[in-house]
Ligand binder design. Sequence first.
Ligand SMILES: NC(=O)c1ccc[n+]([C@@H]2O[C@H](COP(=O)([O-])OP(=O)(O)OC[C@H]3O[C@@H](n4cnc5c(N)ncnc54)[C@H](O)[C@@H]3O)[C@@H](O)[C@H]2O)c1
Length: 325
Amino acid sequence: MKKTVLITGGAGFIGLNLVDYILKKKNYKIIVLDNLSSGNSGLLKKIVEDNGLIFNKKFSPDKNFLFVKADIRDKNLDNIFEKTDFVVHLAAQTGVIPSIENPFKDAEINIIGTLNLLTLSVKHNIKKFIFSSSAAPLGEQIPPLNEGKVPSPLSPYGASKLAGEGYCKAFYGSFGLETVIFRFSNVYGIYSYHKGSVVAEFYKRIIKGKPIYVYGDGNQTRDFIFAKDLAKVIVETLEKNNIGGEIFQLGTGVETSVNQLISYIKDIMNYSLEIEYKPERKGEIRRNYASIEKAKKILGFEPEYDLKMGLKLTYNWFLENMDKV
Ligand SMILES: NC(=O)c1ccc[n+]([C@@H]2O[C@H](COP(=O)([O-])OP(=O)(O)OC[C@H]3O[C@@H](n4cnc5c(N)ncnc54)[C@H](O)[C@@H]3O)[C@@H](O)[C@H]2O)c1
C-alpha cells in the first residue's frame, strides 16, 4: 500500500519543491496542510496537475493528493493524521524581522504549532517527523557551523526554532517519536518568488530593470543550497532507521560571499548589473557556512547542484514565471 506524507507548509517555497520532487520520483500519497498565509495554492495546483494528478480539496483516503487549508495550531487534525505515515513540518513564521516585531505570534506558530503536530504525531503513530530548522538557533558562531556548536540565538525566530528542536528531541526521548531535525542553510531555487532572501530579491529587481541592493561591503558570506537538493534528502530520510532525535546541518559546505554571488549572476545574464551598496544591516552575521560531514556520513547527503547551475535554473524560472505568480 502506498504510504502518505503530510507536508505542512507545502504551498510555500521549499514545500512546492518537495511536492514536485515526490510526485516525480516517489510513489507516495501527499497531503499538504497550509493556511496560505504566504504560500501559493495556484502554483501548488499547477505542480500537481502538471504531474498528472487531480488537485483534491475534499477528504478521501484513496486520493493521491489532497490539499487542506488549515492552521498547524488547529487541534482537530485527527482525520488527517490517522491517514498519515510521515510528517514533513515546513510551515512556520519564517522571518527574523516579523519575529522581532511580534515575538508572541512567532512563538505561537513556531513553538505551539510544532508542539501540536508532535502531539498528534505521537497519538497517530507517525513513523517519521522531519522538522525544518535553520542556522538561526546557533546565532553568531565561528564557522563552519556544525551540530556540536552551542546554540545562542540572536532573534526570537532563532529562539522559537530552537524550542522546536528541543521539543523534537524531547518527543523522541519521552515518546519514541522518530523526529529528525534539519538545519537548512540559505535556501534558493525555483518557486521562491514571494521570498525576501537574497537570490529571490536580486532576481526580482534585475528582471524589473532595477538596481540591486547590497548591504555592507558584500564580503559577508553564506552557504547557498538549492531547494531541490533539500527535497531529495528529505525524501531519502523518511524511511531511514535509527536517526531519531538527530540534528543535521544541511548546506553545501561552500562559503560564498554576496560579491561572488553577484559575479555568478553577471555571468549567467551576460551583462553588467547596477549595484547600490547600502549601510550594513544591524545584527547581520558576517560569515556563515555549514559543515555537512554528519549528513554526508549518516544520510549519504551529497548536494548535486553547484551554485552556478542552481542560479541559472532559478533565473530561468523567474524569467518565465514572474508575471504569472
Ligand atoms: N528558505 C530558507 O532559506 C530557509 C532557511 C532555513 C530554514 N527554513 C525553514 O524551512 C521552512 C520552509 O520555509 P520556506 O522558505 O518554504 O517558507 P515559506 O514562507 O515559503 O513557506 C512556509 C509555508 O508555511 C505556511 N504557513 C505559515 N504559517 C502557517 C500556519 N500557522 N499553519 C499552516 N501553514 C502555515 C505558509 O502559508 C507557507 O506556505 C520553514 O520552517 C523555515 O523556517 C527556510
